[in-house]
Design a protein around this ligand. Sequence first.
Ligand code: NAD
Ligand code: GLY
Length: 350
Amino acid sequence: MNTVAVAASKRYDIRIGSSLLSTLGESVKALGKVQKVCIVSESTVFPLYGAAAEASLREAGLEISTFVFPAGEASKNGTTFLELLNALAQAKLGRQDILVALGGGVVGDLAGFAAACYLRGIRFVQVPTTLLAAVDSSVGGKTAIDLPAGKNLAGAFCQPSLVLCDTDTLNTLPEDVFRDGCAEVIKYAVLYDPQLFEQLENDGMDFDREAVITRCVELKRDVVMEDEFDTGARMKLNLGHTFGHGVEARSQFTLSHGKSVAIGLALVTRACAANGICSAETSKRIVDLLAAFGLPVTIGYSPDEILQYALSDKKRSGNSVNLILPRSIGDCAIAPTPVDQLKSMIEAGL
Ligand code: NAD
Ligand code: GLY
């Protein structure tokens, strides 16, 4: 097992390793003063791991309630959120009690936001069960629900009290969902870590999960500690996301987030090569690695379509968008880019 310590507005540990779900009860108990725990999960994950989570919490002498909602992004909305708050109230959770988010990014975002709001804030523990949640959404305290006007438009910064990443839970992930998480792993390597990039080139999808998740979490931890509230360095985590968001929204969310990010990353990288920001060799290595992981690297949408949807991204500020540009592997720049230059970037990158 590896432990990564985070010291942001709250201090907490991220534990990564095999068989950690069986330690959930003692780990929650060790956070102190807790009597009641509500497990928040969804209809695919709870039947797989709910019993093990409950058994561990029960063994630690904790009183358990559960809230299980239908799996999928469509549930990450205001209705489920209010149902969850009501369930917490009905189970009479108090200020000292703890919510456990057992699932992927959808569960973590929704449960985290409920924890931030219920009784003006209670503690929560993230138990990520997807690769994306393990390397990204369970770390750093961004919580949110979707609104009809767009994804993640209501939320809060609220750090968890503990993240328990049991790598065994990834064994039941459909390969395609695992692949989606790999797009985020590749993103970290391009942003910060040439050695990790080389390791992924050598190992492909058979990479050592505990080691690679730990490395990604360390990288994200460093960013969150430098810029918890996303006003500077944390923006780099948006690499591939501006055009990726355009592609994802244009597909009306039929294309997964991971695959959209892969296309967005390939697109911005090729645009950088065309504009002399990175070398042709760097661009080829990044695009080839995405393709080697079975991720898409282009799509048949027009530049105008991608642009139109990319501009609805909430990270736009006035007439410019902060694009993250790879200069070489491990070195990316934040570049405020006028909106009227984006179309030519997309044309160069498609
Ligand atoms: P998800 O939670 O919907 O999980 C993907 C699929 O995998 C679902 O069908 C789920 O039922 C299934 N699943 C989960 N764990 C499983 C397991 N162990 N075995 C079998 N099936 C399993 O999606 P996700 O990709 O984990 O997360 C996407 C969400 O995360 C989006 O809502 C996105 O906005 C959010 N997100 C948040 C942050 C953040 O910083 N808070 C960062 C990135 C993404
Ligand atoms: N997933 C982007 C962030 O946490 O900032």
